[in-house]
Write a protein that binds this ligand. Structure first.
Ligand code: SF4
Length: 309
């Protein structure tokens, strides 16, 4: 049983994101989507930006979706989900939809590229205008479906095809990961959380909370990607756990501006424990790893302080 703030609820056996899709073996993002969809239930409309999940799930006439689902381009999932929500509201007001339509919830899905880079403007606008929707970012830390190009969510030091490692540039990614949850918090929306499929009950609980809160809700889900992270496919769940246990990806919620750390670890494991299983960090020197360790500890301490710990 996970610790934290989990509210026990039944987990449905029904698959809303069905098997038979074309994700790579061990894909943490497909696992995360499956769990998120179980928590969403069937009374939802999902707008999904271009990215791995869209590519693997929707080669028409085949589809893995058992709920209304629309593919959007990278730039505009925030605008599309806001538009659907507004249209529903207007048609309900005019009596053009039945009462039952009031139960429908609106959800945006995107990867880190579609969220932190290309789709940030549309998402920011939707959050600022206060649309009633849940947005879930499935963060695999690069543009994986187009060939492992860096995004602003790629961690410092990671190899990607556009942050290559060589004699002149031994580091890989030269910038620190953009903190999307904090950007969402800065919009003063009622609910922001981080999640990971390695903590399935915690993740599904947060999805239910975000779905049922009135106004914009944002959940940032770390989604291990064996293909881009150069990690063994059978280590996906373990890597998600190590990300949390090392403090690289803390699990927390911000409800109406109040921070709550879901797993406050008395002692963090060294980041090396997380990084050593991933080929994308294999080139890093001891000094570079020490630098990352210091940054993780600094960020974790800041988060604990925000949570009043
Ligand atoms: S590239 Fe990564 S995120 Fe995309 S389907 Fe493969 S394992 Fe999943």
């Amino acid at each position: 049983m996970e610790e934290g703030l989990f509210i026990p609820q039944r987990v449905t056996k029904e698959e809303i994101f069905t098997p038979g899709h074309r994700a790579c073996i061990g894909c943490g993002e497909a696992l995360a989507v499956r769990l998120v969809c179980k928590a969403l239930g069937k009374k939802v409309i999902i707008a999904n930006a271009t990215g791995c999940i869209e590519i693997i799930s929707s080669l028409l006439p085949r589809t893995s979706w058992r709920v209304p689902w629309i593919h959007t381009i990278f730039e505009n999932v925030g605008a599309v989900v806001a538009g659907i929500e507004s249209a529903y509201k207007a048609r309900i007001r005019k009596g053009k939809l039945p009462e039952a339509a009031k139960e429908v919830k609106f959800v945006g899905f995107a990867g880190d590229g579609g969220t932190a880079d290309i789709g940030l403007q549309a998402l920011s606008g939707a959050m600022e205008r206060g649309h009633d929707f849940l947005y879930v970012c499935f963060d695999n830390e690069a543009y994986m479906n187009t060939g492992i190009q860096r995004s602003s969510a790629t961690p410092y030091g990671a190899w990607t095809t556009t942050a290559p490692v060589g004699a002149k540039q031994p580091l890989g990614q030269l910038t620190w990961k953009k903190n999307m949850p904090e950007i969402a918090v800065a919009h003063r929306i009622p609910y922001v959380a981080t999640g990971c499929p390695s903590y399935p009950l915690d993740l599904m609980d947060k999805v239910r909370r975000g779905l049922n809160i009135e106004g914009p809700a944002y959940i940032h889900v770390l989604s291990p990607c064996p293909t881009g992270w150069r990690s063994p496919p059978n280590m996906t769940v373990e890597l998600g756990r190590l990300a949390v246990e090392t403090g690289v990806f803390p699990l927390y919620e911000v409800v109406n501006g109040v921070y709550r750390l879901n797993f406050d670890l008395p002692e963090l494991k060294p980041v090396r424990e997380y990084m050593k299983h991933q080929g994308r960090f294999r080139h890093l020197s001891e000094d570079a790893i020490d630098q990352i360790q210091a940054r993780v500890e600094e960020d974790y301490a800041r988060l604990r302080s925000k949570a009043g710990l």
